[in-house]
Design a protein. Structure first.
Lengths: 516, 34
C-alpha cells in the first residue's frame, strides 16, 4: 500500500506556519538596529527594493519548488532538486544543504529560544526587577548563560533546565505532525504573538515624555531617531548590502524549510497568494512591530547619545539587556517584561519547529520511516548536537554554527535554487508551474526578475560578503588562541554531519533503485 | 520627528498594511486547500 504523506489542514494553517517560520528574533531585534545604523528612514528604500527583487521572488521559487517536489513524494531538497534535474546524478548532493542548514540552525537556535522562555519566567517572578543599569543586567545575562559566576546565578543549571523544557516542547509539537502539531501550534501562536506585539506597541506609543526635565527624550523623537532619513547613506554600498541581507534573513528563504512546508500542498493548491501573504505578514511583524518597540522605547529612557551605542550593541544586548531595563522603568514591569519575552519565545518556537521538519521529512520520505520513529531519531541526534552550543558558548561555538548554518550556506542554497528553477527547469515551465492553481497572476515583469535580477542580486551579495566579511571568518583571522581548538573541532563536526547526510542521500537513492 | 521621517514611516506602514490586508481578503475569499 502506498504511503500517505502528511498534509496541511487549511490554507491559513500553512500561511501561519511559513510566517511563523520567518518571524523570529531578527524581526524584533536585528531590524530596528539595522535601520537605526544605516540611514534611518532612507534604509527603507533599499529594503523595499530588496524585498521586491530578492525576497518575494525567492519566496515564490521555494513555494513552487516545494509543491512540485511534493508531487513526487519528496519533501526535502535532495529529492526536489533531483525531480527538477533528473539527468544530473550529483544535484541531489547539493540538496543536502537544505537539510544540513536547518539542522545546524536548530541546534543553537533552540538554546537561544530557551533563554526567552527563561526570561519570561524571570520577568513574572521579578528576578531582575531591581537591576537598573546595563552593567548589572549584562552580568545577570552572563551569569544565566554560565559565562561567569555571580550573585544572580551559580552555574548553568537553570539555563539547562529551560533548554530541556524548550527542547521537549519542540519535539512534542513535531511529534504530532504537520496538521496535528505544527499547524495547530502556529494557528494560535501567531495571533498571540501579534496580540503581545500590539500591546507593547501601544505601551510604547503612550510613553510620551516620562522625564519632564528632559523634554527632548520623548517617544516622537524616539521614532524620529529610527525614521528620519539620512539620504547620504544611500550612496554607501554597505547600506544596500545590509538591506539585502536583512530581507534575505527575515523571510526564512534559502534555508530549505519553505520547500518542506510547501511539499505538503497538493498540485492544484495556490502558492502565489499564499507565499505573498506569508511574506507580508512577516513584514508587518518586522517593520511595524519590530521598528516600534525596542529603539523608540530605549530612546525615551536613555536619550539621543546613549541610544547610538545601544543600537550598535548587538541583538542579544538589545533583547536581553536594554529592553528589560526599559520595561523595568514602567508601571507593571513584570507583565510588560513577560509580554516581551513571551513574544520572543513564540517567534522562536514557530521558527525552531520549522527547522526540525526537513530532517524529519527526509527520514520519512526517503527511508519510509514512520513519522513518530523519525521524530525520535531526530530528537536523539539533535539533542546530542545541541550540547556543544550550550557548554561552549563562551568559546564561540554558537557564532561558528551561525556562520555556516545561518549565513554562508543560506545564500549558497538560495543561489542554487534560483538557478535550478529559472535556468534548469526553464523559465517558461517555471512560470506555468508557479501559476498552477494560482489565485492571482504574478506580474509579468517577475519573469525577467526571477531569471536575471534575482540570481544577479544573489551573486553580488555572495561576492561582496565573501570579500568583506566571510574571508576572515573562513581563515579564522579573528579567533583567539584559546578558542581555536573549539572552532576547529566545531568545523570538523560540521563536515562530518554534512558527509553523513550526503551518505544517507546516496543510501536512500540506492535503496529506492533496489526496490524499483 | 521630522516631516520626512513621518513620510517614510507612513508610506512604509501603509504599503505593508495595504499589501497584507489585500492578501488576507483574497485568501479568505478564495478556495481552501484541495
Amino acid at each position: 500500500m502506498a504511503k500517505v504523506r502528511d498534509s496541511w489542514g487549511s490554507r491559513l494553517g500553512i500561511i501561519m506556519a511559513v510566517a511563523g517560520s520567518a518571524i523570529g528574533l531578527g524581526n524584533f531585534l536585528r531590524f530596528p538596529a539595522k535601520v537605526a545604523s544605516n540611514g534611518g528612514g532612507a534604509f527603507m528604500i533599499p529594503y523595499f527594493v530588496s524585498l521586491f527583487l530578492l525576497g518575494i521572488p525567492l519566496m515564490w521559487i521555494e513555494w513552487t519548488l516545494g509543491r512540485y517536489g511534493g508531487g513526487f513524494e519528496h519533501g526535502t531538497a535532495p529529492g526536489i532538486f533531483h525531480s527538477i534535474w533528473q539527468k544530473n546524478r550529483f544535484i541531489k548532493y547539493f540538496g543536502v544543504i537544505g537539510i544540513f542548514g536547518p539542522l545546524v540552525i536548530f541546534i543553537y537556535y533552540t538554546y537561544i529560544e530557551s533563554w526567552t522562555l527563561a526570561y519570561s519566567f524571570f520577568s513574572l517572578m521579578g528576578k531582575y526587577a531591581k537591576l537598573t543599569d546595563q552593567a548589572a543586567m549584562q552580568s545577570f545575562l552572563r551569569g544565566f548563560q554560565g559565562l561567569e559566576n555571580n550573585p544572580y546565578f551559580h552555574g548553568l543549571g537553570l539555563a539547562y533546565l529551560f533548554f530541556l523544557i524548550t527542547f521537549v516542547l519542540n519535539i512534542w509539537v513535531i511529534y504530532y505532525g504537520i496538521k496535528g502539531g505544527i499547524e495547530k501550534l502556529c494557528k494560535w501562536a501567531m495571533p498571540l504573538l501579534f496580540i503581545c506585539g500590539f500591546m507593547l506597541l501601544l505601551r510604547v506609543l503612550t510613553l510620551g515624555t516620562p522625564d519632564l526635565t528632559k523634554p527632548a527624550w520623548n517617544v516622537l523623537n524616539g521614532f524620529g531617531f529610527l525614521w528620519n532619513p539620512d539620504f547620504s547613506a544611500l550612496k554607501s554600498a554597505k547600506v544596500w548590502l545590509e538591506a539585502a541581507g536583512q530581507i534575505f534573513f527575515t523571510l526564512s528563504v534559502g534555508i530549505g524549510v519553505i520547500l518542506t512546508y510547501a511539499s505538503y500542498l497538493s498540485k492544484g493548491d495556490d502558492v502565489v497568494l499564499s507565499g505573498l501573504t506569508a511574506a507580508s505578514t512577516n513584514e508587518i511583524a518586522e517593520v511595524i512591530l519590530g521598528g516600534s518597540i525596542v529603539i523608540p522605547a530605549a530612546f525615551v529612557f536613555f536619550g539621543p547619545v546613549e541610544i547610538q551605542s545601544i543600537a550598535r550593541s548587538g541583538v542579544f544586548n538589545l533583547g536581553f539587556v536594554t529592553t528589560p531595563l526599559v520595561l523595568n522603568r514602567l508601571p507593571l514591569p513584570e507583565i510588560l517584561g513577560f509580554l516581551w519575552f513571551f513574544l520572543l519565545f513564540l517567534a522562536g518556537i514557530t521558527s525552531s519547529i520549522s527547522l526540525a521538519q526537513p530532517a524529519v521529512a527526509f527520514l520519512e520520505d526517503e527511508f519510509d520511516i514512520d513519522r513518530k520513529k523519525a521524530v525520535w531519531i531526530f530528537a536523539v541526534i539533535s539533542f546530542i548536537l545541541c550540547q556543544p552550543a550550550i557548554f561552549f558558548l563562551k568559546n564561540g561555538v554558537v557564532d561558528e554554527l551561525d556562520f555556516w548554518g545561518g549565513t554562508f550556506f543560506l545564500v549558497v542554497f538560495a543561489t542554487i535554487e534560483t538557478i535550478l528553477f529559472a535556468w534548469v527547469f526553464g523559465m517558461e515551465k517555471a512560470w506555468d508551474e508557479i501559476h498552477k492553481g494560482a489565485d492571482m497572476q504574478v506580474p509579468r515583469v517577475y519573469k525577467f526578475i526571477i531569471k536575471y535580477i534575482t540570481p544577479l542580486f544573489l551573486f553580488l551579495i555572495i561576492g561582496a560578503w565573501f570579500w568583506q566579511e566571510w574571508l576572515p571568518i573562513i581563515f579564522l583571522k579573528n579567533v583567539s588562541a584559546k578558542n581555536l581548538p573549539f572552532i576547529i573541532t566545531t568545523r570538523i563536526g560540521l563536515i562530518l554531519v554534512f558527509l553523513i547526510l550526503a551518505i544517507l542521500v546516496k543510501l536512500a537513492w540506492k535503496r529506492k533503485r533496489s526496490i524499483g | 520627528m521630522k516631516i520626512l521621517g513621518w513620510i517614510f514611516l507612513i508610506i512604509s506602514w501603509g504599503a505593508l498594511l495595504g499589501l497584507t490586508i489585500f492578501c488576507f481578503v483574497k485568501v479568505f475569499s478564495k478556495k481552501e486547500l484541495k
